[in-house]
Design a protein around this ligand. Structure first.
Ligand code: GDP
Ligand code: MG
Length: 436
């Protein structure tokens, strides 16, 4: 998808301004990209129309390429459509009652646990989970397993077939026992039907929750929209929970749902574990739908942190063959300023998922820094100066070994050579070196 978008935006490059013609071409591609991301047709069409109006109304800033401007308009508009700023849930009641709704398998029970855990960790909240899925005894057990995991009490009444009565009893139990949040897990069915709708509607009417949440599996794509509409018609719910976003779905459903039912998406589920819950950020989802990962914020962050003047100074030094260990240290600090290595890597599309289980040592640079700190100023400025006794002294001072010092010196030499070649326009030489 991002490739398509790239090529769509490429169409705009080279044109001095945004005109009706190049916008039309670009938007055709953007629309196609959205459809690929599971955004429904009507939404995609409306979206591109809005973008078109905005784009044509823009005064093209001379500094901004039309292509960049379009990316910005598309992204801003997507973000806006999905709800602007993240919205929380209403916890003003005492207790605050939160009702879960959605199809079977959408992730209601799992999310009930995640939300309880999330709120419990806020310290001021003491949640109670209430099991109103009365059709399968296993469903009640499942909620108890979840509750045990997160140390949150679960109210249930096995054998009682009346979910309305259980919900009421659960709320009464919460009041009597000092719970200030009640999360009511309900039964779903595989598809929207009257029985389910009547039941959830009856519970809703009887307990008048502060917050009614509709839980939907992001992987169901287009169907998610129809389901959302059916539930919203009956419940007029307050917010949407989009689960299973840890899969490779693009999440276009988020955009369609928001635009069809006009309710905010409040949280997302990103895994089966109790910790896999995130507040919904429209701008991140916009990136995801556009297939850009968090590249935009990665670039922004890098730009913020990297001092341009510093970069120019460095270039001069390299040209004059004056690049020393102090500069090297400086570089490392620049990289570190950009943030946690793992976070940074995770923002690169495709890498995020890979990184989940990899333990990157944020202290990867520590050894290198220690070695450089143990060098004298003279040594730092003269990388050629190191003999055996200097190496030994540095190893001892930095708590490393001569072998590690040697390794760093070697890497540093290679790097300096490389930098010089790039500066000297020695592209050919470098290619040769890389092939050897
Ligand atoms: P319910 O029928 O609506 O209560 O759905 P469940 O909470 O029982 O979830 C159905 C299945 O989806 C279970 O196997 C869950 O572990 C899984 N599940 C729920 N949320 C997520 C999620 O965010 N990511 C993933 N990968 N699986 C999830
Ligand atoms: Mg369930």
């Amino acid at each position: 998808l991002s490739e398509k978008l790239d090529s769509a935006l490429h169409l705009l490059k080279g044109h001095g301004s945004i005109t009706e013609v190049n916008v039309a071409e670009t938007l055709k591609e953007v629309r196609r990209a959205l459809l690929d991301a599971d955004v429904n047709f009507k939404t995609a069409k409306e979206f591109t129309n809005t973008v078109k109006e905005k784009a044509l109304g823009q005064n093209v800033l001379t500094t901004l390429q039309p292509g960049q401007l379009m990316v910005k308009i598309v992204k801003d508009e997507l973000t806006e459509l999905m709800g602007g700023d993240a919205e929380g849930i209403d916890l003003s009641g005492n207790p605050s009652v939160i009702l879960m709704s959605g199809l079977q398998g959408s992730g209601k029970t799992t999310f009930s646990g995640k939300l309880a855990n999330y709120l419990k960790n806020k310290k001021t909240k003491k949640p109670l989970l209430v099991a109103c899925d009365v059709y399968r005894p296993a469903a009640i057990d499942q909620l108890h397993v979840v509750g045990d995991q997160i140390h949150v009490e679960v109210f249930s009444d096995k054998g009682n077939q009346d979910p309305v009565a259980i919900a009421k009893a659960g709320i009464a139990h919460a009041k009597a026992n000092g719970h200030n949040v009640v999360i009511i897990d309900t039964a779903g069915r595989l598809a929207v039907d009257e029985t389910m709708m009547n039941e959830i509607s009856n519970i809703h009417k009887a307990i008048k929750p502060q917050e009614t949440l509709f839980v939907v599996d992001a992987m169901t794509g287009q169907d998610a929209v129809n389901t959302a509409k059916a539930f919203n018609d009956i419940l007029n719910f307050d917010g949407v929970i989009l689960t299973k976003l840890d899969g490779d779905t693009r999440g276009g459903a988020a955009l369609s749902i928001k635009s069809v039912v006009n309710k905010p998406i409040k949280f997302i589920g990103t895994g089966e574990k109790m910790e896999a819950i995130d507040v919904f950020y429209p701008s991140r989802m916009a990136d995801r739908i556009l297939g850009m990962g968090d590249v935009v914020s990665l670039v922004e962050r890098a730009q913020e942190q990297y001092d341009e003047a510093e970069a120019r100074k460095l270039q001069k030094k390299i040209a004059k063959n004056q690049f020393g260990f102090d500069d090297f240290l400086n570089q490392i600090q620049q990289i570190k300023k950009m943030g946690n290595m793992k976070d940074l890597m995770g923002m690169i599309p495709g890498v995020g998922k890979m990184m989940k289980n990899v333990d990157i040592d944020d202290d990867a640079f520590k050894g290198i820094e220690a070695i450089i700190h143990s060098m004298t100023p003279k040594e730092r400025a003269n990388p050629g100066i190191f003999d055996a006794s200097r190496k030994k002294r540095i190893a001892k001072g930095s708590g490393t070994s001569v072998q590690q010092v040697n390794q760093l010196l070697k890497q540093f030499n290679q790097m300096s050579k490389m930098m010089k070649m790039m500066q000297g326009g020695g592209g050919k030489k470098m290619m040769q070196m890389m092939q050897n």
